[in-house]
Design a protein around this ligand. Structure first.
Ligand code: SF4
Length: 413
C-alpha cells in the first residue's frame, strides 16, 4: 500500500478525535537558521478551522488504525470491518516535514490504535517525535496521544518532545466506559493523568530561571488535555460538565474537548442510532468556557429540572433568565464578577467597561464600541439613560424574545 493511500485511511480514521488545538505552547522558531518549523502564529503557518470550530491546521493522523481493543464507539475497534493501514515511523516523519515545508500545517497530532502492547505502541509514537526533534530539529507543534497503560519512562520521554499530551477519558461515567470499552481501565486513565500533572508541575517549577540562569528539562509545555464523547451513552449535560470540572480541578487540564458521537458503520446495538445535535456539543463548549473564564460553578450552569443545557440559547443567557432576581445590574457600579454574568458581556468587554468607567459613565451609545450586543444585554442592565421595565424583566415574553424564530419545515422540493 502506498503512502498516499495510507494517508487517506489514517487521516480519515483520526477525524473523530476533536482534541487538536495548538494553543498554550512555548514559542519556538527557526529564524536562527537551525531546524525547521515554528510555533509562532504569523510565521507562514496556516491556521484554519472547520465550520464546527475544530482546528484543522495540524497533520492529524493515526500511526495505525489496527487495534487490539474493541471499544464499541470506535470505528477502529478490533471487530470493525474497515481497511487497515499502518505507517512506519519514517513515513510519518517525512509526511510531517513535507507538509510543513509546503505550509499546509503547523504541526503534528499523532494518535494510534493499540497494537502488540501499550508499551510497543507508545514506543512507536515517541520514536516519531524523537526523530522529528532530534534528527530533523523540527520546531513545530507536536501533540501526542498517550496510552494510559504505557510505561512511565515512555510517557516521560513523550513529554520531552511533545508540546501537548492527551489521554482520552472517552465517556463521562465510569459505568459507561466499562460497558462500551471493556478493555479500558478508568483507574489507569486517571492514574496516568495524575502522573502527568505531577510531571507538568515539576517541570513548571524546574523551568523557572535560577540566579545562574539554569532551567530544568521541558515537559509538554502546552499541558495535557482530554476528550469526552457526547451522546454515546445516557449521561446528561449536568454529568458531563461536573466530570469536566472534576478533571480540570484534579489534573489541571488545559482543555476538555467534547466530541458529538457519530454513528459508525456496523455499530453495536448498545449505541444510539442517531448522532446528538451538533449544537449540543457547542453548548457544552460554551458551558466549559463559563467555568474556566466567567467564574461559574459546574452546579449552577445546568437547569436541575432535566440536567440538559438549552439548545435554544447559550448557557449564560439561560442562567440569567432563571435568576432574574439578580438583575438589572448597574453597569457603572457592579463588580467584575457580576458583570461577567450579564448576557452578551464577554470577558474582554468587561475589562473595557472597568477601564472606561474609571473615566466616564457608560451609556447606551457606548455599548456598540464595547462590542456588546444591545438587544441581548439591555433587559439585564441599568445605565444612566436606560432602565428595563420591571414588567419586561418579569414577563414570560423575555424568554420568548431570545428563542430562535420558528421556521416552517420545507416539503423537500
Ligand atoms: S483503544 Fe482507541 S483506537 Fe482502539 S478501539 Fe479503543 S478508542 Fe479505538
Amino acid at each position: 500500500m502506498d503512502v498516499k493511500r495510507k494517508l487517506e485511511i489514517l487521516a480519515d480514521a483520526a477525524k473523530y478525535d476533536a482534541s487538536c488545538a495548538s494553543s498554550g505552547t512555548e514559542k519556538r522558531d527557526s529564524r536562527d537558521g537551525k531546524g525547521i518549523g515554528s510555533t509562532d502564529a504569523g510565521m507562514g503557518i496556516c491556521h484554519s478551522y472547520a465550520p464546527d470550530g475544530r482546528c484543522i491546521s495540524l497533520l492529524k493522523i493515526l500511526l495505525t488504525n489496527a487495534c487490539n481493543y474493541d471499544c464499541l464507539y470506535c470505528v477502529n475497534r478490533a471487530s470493525s470491518n474497515v481497511t487497515r493501514a499502518r505507517f512506519t515511523v519514517d513515513e510519518v516523519v517525512q509526511l510531517t516535514l513535507d507538509f510543513y515545508r509546503r505550509n499546509y500545517i503547523e504541526g503534528l497530532f499523532l494518535s494510534s490504535g493499540i497494537i502488540r502492547s501499550a508499551d510497543y505502541t507508545m514506543e512507536q509514537v515517541v520514536a516519531v517525535a524523537r526523530k522529528l526533534r532530534e534528527e530533523h530539529h523540527f520546531r513545530g507543534y507536536i501533540h501526542l496521544k498517550t496510552i494510559p497503560e504505557a510505561d512511565d519512562a515512555l510517557i516521560t520521554e513523550a513529554g520531552k518532545y511533545a508540546d501537548r499530551l492527551s489521554i482520552n477519558i472517552e465517556v463521562p461515567e465510569e459505568d459507561s466506559l466499562a460497558k462500551l470499552a471493556p478493555e479500558k481501565d478508568v483507574r489507569a486513565i486517571r492514574r496516568t493523568m495524575g502522573r502527568l500533572r505531577l510531571k507538568l508541575d515539576e517541570a513548571r517549577e524546574g523551568r523557572k530561571p535560577t540566579p545562574r540562569g539554569k532551567v530544568g528539562p521541558r515537559f509538554a509545555p502546552a499541558g495535557q488535555s482530554t476528550q469526552m464523547i457526547v451522546g454515546a451513552d445516557s449521561a446528561n449535560d449536568s454529568t458531563i460538565i461536573r466530570t469536566s470540572a472534576n478533571l480540570y480541578g484534579s489534573y489541571n487540564l488545559k482543555r476538555v474537548y467534547y466530541s458529538a458521537f457519530s454513528p459508525i458503520p456496523d455499530a453495536s446495538r448498545a449505541l444510539p442510532l442517531r448522532a446528538p445535535p451538533l449544537i449540543r456539543e457547542h453548548r457544552l463548549y460554551q458551558a466549559d468556557w463559563l467555568m474556566r473564564f466567567y467564574g461559574f460553578d459546574a452546579d449552577e450552569i445546568v437547569d436541575d429540572n432535566d440536567g440538559m443545557l438549552s439548545l435554544d440559547m447559550d448557557p449564560k443567557l439561560a442562567w440569567a433568565l432563571r435568576h432574574r432576581d439578580r438583575f438589572p445590574l448597574d453597569v457603572n457600579r457592579a463588580s467584575r464578577e457580576d458583570l461577567l454574568r450579564v448576557p452578551g458581556f464577554g470577558a474582554k468587554a468587561v475589562q473595557r467597561i472597568i477601564e472606561t468607567r474609571r473615566i466616564s459613565s457608560i451609556r447606551v451609545g457606548d455599548l456598540a464600541r464595547l462590542h456588546i450586543p444591545r438587544n441581548k444585554a439591555l433587559p439585564f442592565i441599568v445605565l444612566p439613560d436606560h432602565r428595563p421595565t420591571v414588567n419586561l424583566l418579569d414577563s414570560a415574553r423575555l424568554v420568548e424574545r431570545f428563542k430562535p424564530k420558528a421556521t416552517q419545515l420545507g416539503f423537500g422540493f
